[in-house]
Design a protein around this ligand. Structure first.
Ligand code: PEP
Ligand code: MN
Length: 360
């Protein structure tokens, strides 16, 4: 994917983050037009709305289907905004193109399915529409190769205006996020394809209104090219994803609080700071290695005195105390617990090696 082209939006400074906003689903002509009018008034240039909704279980609102495309056409005519929608089949592509949709996106459940992705890519090629921008959401599972593979299918079909959307990854059980961000995955994607725009979808990552602002800021701080955010004129009554949608007014407020960093600034200071990070990481490694050496000595002692390696009560006390101190130092409690437990696991593993006489 070498000769990718930029996704140009008329009237938008290409140096500024690309903001796409609109409801999760198009529900009625009034809802679509009212939301669009308000978004356009606050300067949004690209309107999103799902016409066909892939639902986890049958019985939910599955989208209004092709008739809704006419509402998007009206959005374009009345506000001048470009329109974007999700396509998951060849028929969706044909209908969306016929209605003059400007940008297509591929949903997370579709990206995980190479047959579906290939069918969509072939349909775009057959329609002679490879000029259309295609934004590919990450697959629901944290598989970078599958995500890249989906984008390659469009690239091979001749699409050059490609973009990726990071919308987080499914995880079993209840978590702070609806979909885990796993930021290292889009970061790795960026390292591999520096010219590929990556857009963050804080609505589907967070699943809650209050997480939109912090996730958006984090994405901009990490150098993402833009945001796709769900916005509805009456979010509480939305037929899908109600808890993560905000009014255009709130969205405008959030966007105005975001700090956009200048990626063109001199990187000299950054180089100095990075040197410091290298140095600190080396110190961390030395300290860890020292800690593990002491643990092996303790292992030796336990072996000689026939003591068990793990003494849960002692470690629980240590963990509590350390996390409390760490919090006072401004470190997150969950983060510290994870780090300390990982260090403890490795210490136990090394002590067992000592016990079995396999220590180096
Ligand atoms: C959406 O954008 O409304 C959507 C269905 O998202 P995802 O494919 O990320 O679940
Ligand atoms: Mn949604």
């Amino acid at each position: 994917m070498k000769d990718l082209l930029p996704i140009e939006i008329p009237g938008l400074d290409p140096e500024k983050p690309l903001i796409i906003a609109g409801p999760c689903s198009a529900e009625s002509e009034e809802q679509v037009l009212e939301t669009a009018k308000e978004l356009a008034a606050s300067g949004i240039k690209v309107f999103r709305a799902g016409i066909w909704k892939p639902r986890t279980k049958p019985g939910g609102f599955e989208g209004v289907g092709a008739p809704g495309l006419q509402w998007l056409k009206k959005v374009k005519e009345t506000t001048g905004m470009l329109t974007a929608t999700e396509v998951a089949t060849k028929q969706h592509v044909m209908d969306a193109l016929a209605a003059g949709i400007d940008i297509l996106w591929i949903g997370a459940r579709t990206s995980a399915n190479p047959f579906a992705v290939q069918e969509i890519a072939d349909a775009i090629k057959e329609a002679g529409a490879t000029d259309i921008p295609v934004l590919v959401k990450n697959p629901v599972n944290p598989d970078l190769e599958l995500w890249i593979g989906a984008m390659q299918r469009f690239y091979n079909a001749g699409v050059r205006r490609l973009g990726a959307i990071h919308r987080g990854f499914s995880a079993y059980g209840k978590h702070l996020y609806r979909n885990m961000p796993q930021w290292h995955i889009p970061t790795e994607l960026r390292l591999r394809y520096p010219s590929l725009p990556i857009i963050c979808d804080p609505s589907h990552i967070g699943g809650k209104r209050e997480l939109i602002a912090p996730l958006s800021q984090q994405a901009l701080d990490m150098g993402f090219s833009g945001l796709i955010v769900e916005s509805h004129c009456n979010p509480d009554c939305a037929l899908s994803d109600a808890s993560q949608q905000v009014t255009p007014e709130i969205l405008n407020f959030i966007l105005n609080t975001l700090v956009v960093r200048d990626s063109k600034q001199s990187t000299e200071n950054l180089a100095l700071l990075r040197q410091q990070i290298d140095q600190i990481d080396n110190e961390l490694l030395e300290i860890l290695s020292k800690r593990l050496r002491v643990c092996r000595e303790i292992g030796q002692y336990k072996k000689e005195h026939r003591m068990p390696v793990v003494q849960p009560k002692r470690y629980n006390d240590i963990l509590h105390g350390r996390v409390a101190v760490a919090e006072e130092m401004g470190l997150g409690a969950d983060f510290m617990r994870t780090v300390l437990l990982a260090i403890h696991d490795e210490s136990v593993r090394q002590q067992i090696e000592v016990l079995n006489d396999r220590a180096r």
